[in-house]
Design a binder for this molecule. Structure first.
Ligand SMILES: [Zn+2]
Length: 280
């Protein structure tokens, strides 16, 4: 993507306005993993579009969904989770959300919710084409950068989202975020290592860590996370927000060369010379 022109972008600052496209496998992933960064990008005058991928869902462990008739439960839970996202939007004024309306793993793959982090990705999963198509509709604008999950924790929906977008990563500035709360768990450092090796081998992309640099607080992020009342309780909101402490109150992305160049020009974050290890 050319970085030399901003045809019709409104210039809120002397440098270029970026079109940051964030892929969120489920409704809460962008908030849990990237709320601080999204808030900072918006304050800096960039545009942020969050693409929510698997928005049709029955998953709402901390809700009254079980009291609703089975026939109505899918629309009930999907609508409830949409309202939680609308609350998130109030914390990040100016951001845009687009729902891809794809069924989540238990509905799409007819599996139990307890095995979604332990199952292989099916290359014939129809979601690949839908995610790819959805992405193409939003990545054609000038100065687009793509932000997507590393899929730490192996959730099959996160892996499908990430892999559906991988072929675009060679042509776009691209950065992968550390999925929360999964990134807090032991064993994820090996996931990260393997994925970086994979991307290196397949796409000749050497991902390097960039730590965002902004002024929002950990307490604000905790508040944002707590808005997803059907998904988590306070313990997970604490895990998700306190994870930023390891990066001095920030979030970390793993970026390709084109994204690093943007990050330097647009002050999106600092290259982390001595990468803080993830939980082993
Ligand atoms: Zn998720």
């Amino acid at each position: 993507m050319s970085q030399t022109e901003t045809p019709q972008a409104s210039r809120k600052k002397p440098h270029e306005r970026l079109n940051l496209v964030v892929l969120s496998p489920h409704r809460d992933d962008a908030a849990f993993s990237l709320a601080l960064s999204i808030g900072a990008w918006l304050r800096d005058g960039h545009s942020v579009t969050i693409l929510n991928v698997f928005t049709r869902s029955l998953y709402a462990p901390y809700s009254d969904a079980d009291s609703v008739h089975e026939n109505d439960r899918l629309s009930y839970v999907s609508a409830m989770r949409k309202r939680e996202d609308e609350e998130f939007l109030k914390h990040i004024p100016g951001a845009t959300m687009v729902d891809l309306n794809i069924k989540d793993a238990p509905l799409r793959l007819h599996c139990d919710a307890s095995i979604v982090c332990d199952m292989p990705v099916d290359p014939a999963d129809g979601a690949f084409a839908k995610v790819h198509k959805g992405l193409l509709r939003h990545t054609g604008k000038p100065n687009t950068a793509l932000v997507l999950p590393l899929a730490l924790g192996h959730h099959v929906d996160h892996r499908v989202t990430r892999d559906a977008a991988l072929s675009l990563s060679a042509d776009l500035p691209c950065a992968f975020y550390e999925d929360l709360p999964y990134a807090t768990r032991d064993g994820v450092s090996i996931d990260l290592k393997r994925f970086r090796e994979d991307v290196d081998a397949k796409y000749h992309e050497h991902l390097v860590p960039v730590v965002s640099d902004h002024s929002s607080s950990i307490a604000w992020k905790r508040q944002v996370a707590l808005g997803y009342t059907s998904q988590i309780r306070e313990d997970i909101a604490d895990l998700v927000s306190n994870f930023a402490r390891r990066y001095h109150g920030n979030e970390r992305l793993w970026a390709n060369e084109a994204f690093i160049a943007l990050a330097k020009a647009e002050h999106l974050g600092k290259f982390e010379a001595h990468a803080e290890p993830l939980p082993a």
